[in-house]
Design a protein around this ligand. Structure first.
Ligand code: 3LM
Length: 406
């Protein structure tokens, strides 16, 4: 029987990649390996595994069959040679940075990053004398002004958390590579279903698997994918010896369960997000909506070119700024007040006092994270119910104060 030469589709890879039931007692669903350690046939076998001259698992901080399967699946979804999974998104980020920087190294970061990533780069790495330069990468040419022979990493998120700014992955990669810097893209907001940074020239892709990949708000996990050589270095340096941020096999099993419905869930998250963004944009209480699927979005053309769909996240500001924003957050009832994102539940939070409170007020102002910004993660509830709750919360903000704020 001849096998098809057509490459398998996204959902097929998410469900089947790297697993053959015949190798596992014909179990349809892969077994979970909870073993922390693995036995050696003899002393030579153990020594060979440690020396790297034989393949195999010997300790679950370095590799484990269940984690290995998830790593293969994530690599297949991002179009990468290899992947590495970690205990959290921050575990993936820190293990990757510790691997590719040395004294005297320089890092260029986009101005808008998730708050803890920003804190790690600006405060954490600064303690070790690493020069970290924030740049507005919406204009890729800004990178040329700060790139030096010492630049090891150019780091950004697109769409960026929380203000939805986009970065042209292909153009930034082209510029960064003129000095041999690695381009690392946090693809958490888009997921591999909507955007593949490696195909556009990036070197490594980071995920907080806590979000859409896991997809159910019941675990904390991370991943990095890229070339086999880079991933092996991160495994043996950043993960094994420097962070030890290893993922639990139980989380790996839950993420593989989540991946099976990633395509279905993302289509629905996007559908809900579009309807919500349209409603917000038309509402008299709303000052501005940042959602890459709106034609009014300043980087709409880039979103169309770079992403398969505009994603499930948005940010918006109400007339009346921070005070009104907080009132709105306090008025939702089906929609939940919580950080994190990509869950089945629609979530709202206030970046200035929550996810991005590690920025100083001046940094937030400079980096486009206004005090009135509200972040919304569109969930999977019945769309009419989400709209009803959001509209009711907006109406609750109107009250007698509307005349003062409009
Ligand atoms: C949040 N974000 O609510 P973990 N990269 C991106 C992220 O959004 C995050 C990470 C990495 C949020 C978490 S805030 C206390 C809660 C784009 C996390 C880090 O280590 O898996 O949380 O990933 O925006």
């Amino acid at each position: 029987m001849s096998k098809s030469t057509r490459s398998r589709g996204f959902a097929t890879r998410a469900i089947h990649e790297g697993y053959d039931p015949a190798d596992h007692d014909y179990a349809l669903v892969p077994p979970v390996h909870f073993s922390s350690t693995f036995t050696f046939e003899d002393a030579q076998h153990g020594g060979d595994l440690f020396a790297g001259v034989r393949d195999g698992h010997f300790y679950s901080r370095i590799s484990n069959p269940t984690l290995d399967l998830l790593e293969r699946r994530l690599a297949a979804l991002e179009g990468a040679e290899a992947g590495l999974v970690t205990a959290s998104g921050m575990g993936a980020i820190t293990a990757t940075f510790w691997t590719f920087i040395e004294p005297g190294a320089e890092v260029v970061m986009d101005e808008t990053l998730y708050g803890c990533t920003f804190a790690f780069l600006r405060s954490g790495l600064a303690k070790f004398g690493i020069k970290v330069t924030p740049v507005d990468l919406r204009e890729p040419e800004n990178l040329e002004k700060v790139l030096t022979d010492q630049t090891r990493i150019v780091y950004f998120e697109t769409p960026a958390n929380p203000n939805m700014r986009l970065v042209d992955i292909a153009r930034v990669s082209e510029i960064a590579h003129t000095k041999g810097a690695r381009v690392i893209v946090d693809n958490t907001y888009a997921t591999p279903y909507l955007q593949n940074p490696l195909a556009l020239g990036a070197d490594l892709v980071i995920h907080s698997a806590t979000k859409y990949l896991g997809g159910h708000g019941d675990l904390v996990a991370g991943a990095v994918v890229g070339s086999a050589e880079d991933i092996q270095r991160i495994r043996l340096e950043g993960l094994k010896d420097m962070t030890g941020a290893v993922m639990s096999p139980f989380s790996a099993m839950l993420i593989m369960r989540g991946l099976k419905t990633l395509e279905l869930r993302m289509d629905r998250h996007v559908k809900a997000a579009k309807v919500i963004a349209d409603m917000l944009e038309a509402h008299p209480m709303v000052e501005r909506v940042s959602y890459p699927g709106l034609e009014s979005y300043p980087q709409y053309a880039l979103a169309q070119a770079q992403m398969a769909q505009p994603g499930g996240m948005m940010a918006f500001e109400l007339k009346g700024g921070m005070l009104m924003g907080r009132k709105f957050i306090d008025s939702v009832s089906l929609v939940q007040r919580a950080v994190s994102l990509g869950d089945p539940e629609t979530l709202v939070q206030h970046p200035a006092t929550m996810t991005h409170s590690a920025y100083t007020p001046e940094e937030r102002a400079r980096h486009g994270i206004s005090d009135g910004l509200i972040r919304l993660s569109a969930g999977l509830e019945t769309i009419e119910d989400i709209l009803e709750d959001l509209t009711r919360a907006l109406d609750a903000c109107k009250g007698p104060r509307l005349s003062q704020v409009s």
